[in-house]
Design a protein around this ligand. Structure first.
Ligand code: NI
Length: 225
């Protein structure tokens, strides 16, 4: 048996995975940049033809985008680009307000010096970052870094899911309102409070941070025609 036939199934797997990742990236960019607007129906057959692949990698890419709250699967319609609205955005912040103050409180006692250093590094990276969608990714990593040591795995899963939903809104209102809405002072204060094991202060800061972001989001939608 030659190497090719030994590896053939794996090679197929690699090519397949690469295809689905590339499709995911292309669709994600198009959605975030508004070329595929909210509500647009994404037909698997059409996408498969466009990318010149079978439907399987397309379906996989759509499933990954669903996990990032960029795509919804609607009965009888298929995959559509997620609708964003003020009500939905505020709903998301209400959920985050219920989850994240608790998450940081549970997590802080277990944070290591390395975790805190990583959080500081991420603040610096956000400061240096010019790409808006990268800012969203870094913001999510920063928050997860501070919440990540909570021993409650399911709480952490919920937190991470809501942070992914927020990514999309953050992207929109950051591009509309500028990066000062990243609230870096608050990020820094959170790391300080965590460093001093000040649970009450950390919790209050997370709450303030989220309320401020919710107000920014509200202003963003109110300002839009
Ligand atoms: Ni933040």
């Amino acid at each position: 048996m030659d190497l090719k036939s030994k590896l053939l199934s794996d090679l197929g797997e690699i090519q397949h995975r690469t295809a689905s990742e590339q499709i995911e990236q292309v669709l994600k960019q198009a959605i975030l940049e508004g070329r595929l607007p909210p509500g647009e129906v994404l037909r698997q057959e059409e996408l498969a033809q466009t990318f010149n692949v079978s439907r399987m990698p397309v379906r996989e890419a759509l499933k990954k985008l669903e996990a990032q709250a960029l795509v919804d699967f609607v009965p009888y319609k298929g995959a559509i680009v997620t609708q964003i609205s003020k009500a939905d955005g505020l709903d998301n912040y209400a959920i985050r307000l219920a989850l994240e103050p608790a998450a940081i409180r549970y997590s802080i006692p277990f944070l290591t010096r390395d975790d805190l250093q990583l959080a500081r590094d991420l603040i610096q990276q956000m400061h240096d970052e010019t790409e808006m969608d990268q800012l969203g990714v870094l913001n999510k990593r920063f928050h997860m870094c501070l919440y990540g040591k909570t021993p409650h795995a399911k709480l952490l899963q919920l937190v991470e899911k809501q942070l992914s939903v927020e990514d999309r809104y953050l992207r929109f209102h950051l591009s509309a309102m500028g990066r000062e809405h990243m609230s870096q002072d608050e990020h820094l204060a959170m790391v300080e409070a965590a460093t001093h094991q000040d649970l009450d202060r950390a919790e209050a800061l997370v709450r303030k941070h989220l309320i401020k972001a919710a107000i920014a989001l509200e202003n963003f939608f109110d300002r839009k025609p």
